[in-house]
Design a protein around this ligand. Structure first.
Ligand code: SF4
Length: 285
């Protein structure tokens, strides 16, 4: 049994007061307690950004990677020990700009890892430059005359690349977000959980009030196996048009389930092919 106290570290968050990262962190810890996630069964990987500090405040095995490179680390961990729950905490700049290629290929390969995307539509850690999610016309330090680019939808990219679980949550709704963390974790294959997260300091447009006004939850009658409908909703953005919940979910073999070398036991339990590294160095270096 995991208790909240088990997840505490000596570090107090340095996030700005009111930042959506606080409630994402709270919802994730709730899910840890409900599902018994601890360092014996789970590992966190983070990229670079304000979101990445979450691994310092949560006492679980974790690795904070280079900018945009959390996914390759996570896929390596999953291949080495596929019995672990692997959660990747990333931002929209981290995963959709520099890490965009890794994002697309992780979705395509259906790795059994969970991508938690802190989607604040800005580069927060570097004090407010336009990210791939920043709206057209939005004035930032890097776009003082207004952003000339259109934003991308991470949901659409994931769907187009072949992701088998695509969901969107809102950091302002901790109970629903906790549930989405659990649903994503229970899916066998890649899961994208895009979380709308207000950056209260550098993006005043996408505020808590904006999302409360314009986001809605998909109803009971929504068919999450209908990819065409999921694509349509993923592209919608505007007044009362921002869908929350599981947009798409289908069962397909994960990457790891198709690798014969790890069918019986994790890779780390296998004997090394080469015991003598000296010979390898001589051969290849
Ligand atoms: Fe949160 Fe934005 Fe502050 Fe970063 S800069 S901690 S994202 S409010």
């Amino acid at each position: 049994m995991t208790q909240l106290a088990d997840l505490a570290t000596p570090y107090f968050p340095t996030w700005c007061p009111g930042c959506g990262n606080f409630t994402i962190w709270a919802a994730f810890k709730n899910a840890c307690v409900q599902k018994g996630w601890d360092s014996t069964n789970s590992v966190l990987v983070a990229g670079i950004g304000c979101h990445g500090h979450l691994v310092n405040y949560t006492k679980l095995t974790a690795f904070e990677g280079l900018h945009g490179r959390a996914l390759p680390v996570a896929t390596g961990i999953k291949l080495a020990n596929h019995r672990l729950n692997v959660f990747v905490f990333t931002g929209d700049g981290d995963s959709l700009a520099e890490g965009g290629n890794h994002f697309m290929h992780a979705c395509r390969r259906n790795h059994d890892i969970k991508i938690i995307l802190h989607d604040n539509a800005i580069y927060g850690l570097t004090t407010g430059q336009a990210s791939p999610r920043t709206p057209h016309g939005f004035k930032t330090k890097s776009t003082p005359d207004g952003n000339p680019d259109d934003p991308v939808s991470p949901l659409t990219i994931a769907l187009a690349a072949g992701a088998t679980f695509v969901a969107r949550g809102f950091s302002g709704d901790i109970p629903q977000l906790t549930e989405l963390f659990i649903k994503a974790s229970e899916h066998r294959g890649i899961a994208l959980l895009d979380i709308l997260q207000p950056c209260v300091t550098f993006n005043k447009d996408y505020s808590h009030a904006f999302y409360r006004e314009n986001a809605y939850y998909l109803g009971q009658d929504y068919d999450a196996t209908n990819k065409g409908e999921a694509l349509k909703r993923s592209l919608e953005w505007g007044p009362k048009q921002i869908a929350l919940g599981v947009l798409y979910q289908v069962n397909q073999p994960s990457y790891e389930s198709q690798i014969p070398q790890i069918a019986q036991k994790p890779l780390i339990k296998n004997s090394p092919v080469h015991n003598n590294l000296e010979d390898l160095f001589k051969k290849y270096i």
